[in-house]
Design a protein. Structure first.
Length: 113
């Protein structure tokens, strides 16, 4: 059974930072591309970042230069370091194995002014 469990969301002031974590089980993590998406009410899920098994990364245009995705294969965990947060980053953030049906439950990130 595949499980993706996100943590680290919360309330932060604009300009601040948060780090999200996603612990994976039930997959061969070291061979898996992992990703983060986000969604706000009434909008489609938006790509935040992906990281391949070899460590290659890809970012959505709105987060380039501010967010960093990384992984720890020994811990089967993928991270999202979010810096210089702004109001538009407020969303539910989801961990996923891209192009699969595997999604986490989501973690809320709220940026306040």
């Amino acid at each position: 059974q595949v499980q993706l469990v996100e943590s680290g969301g919360g309330l932060v002031q604009a300009g601040g930072s948060l780090r999200l974590s996603c612990a994976a089980s039930g997959i061969i993590f070291r061979l898996s591309t992992m990703g983060w998406y986000r969604q706000t009410a009434g909008k489609q899920r938006e790509l935040v970042a992906t990281i391949t098994s070899s460590g290659s990364t890809n970012y959505g245009d709105s987060v380039k230069g501010r967010f960093t995705i990384s992984r720890d294969n020994a811990k089967s965990t993928v991270y999202l370091q979010m810096n210089s947060l702004n109001l538009e980053d407020t969303a539910v953030y989801y961990c996923t194995v891209p192009r699969s049906s595997y999604w986490g439950q989501g973690t809320q990130v709220t940026v306040s002014s």
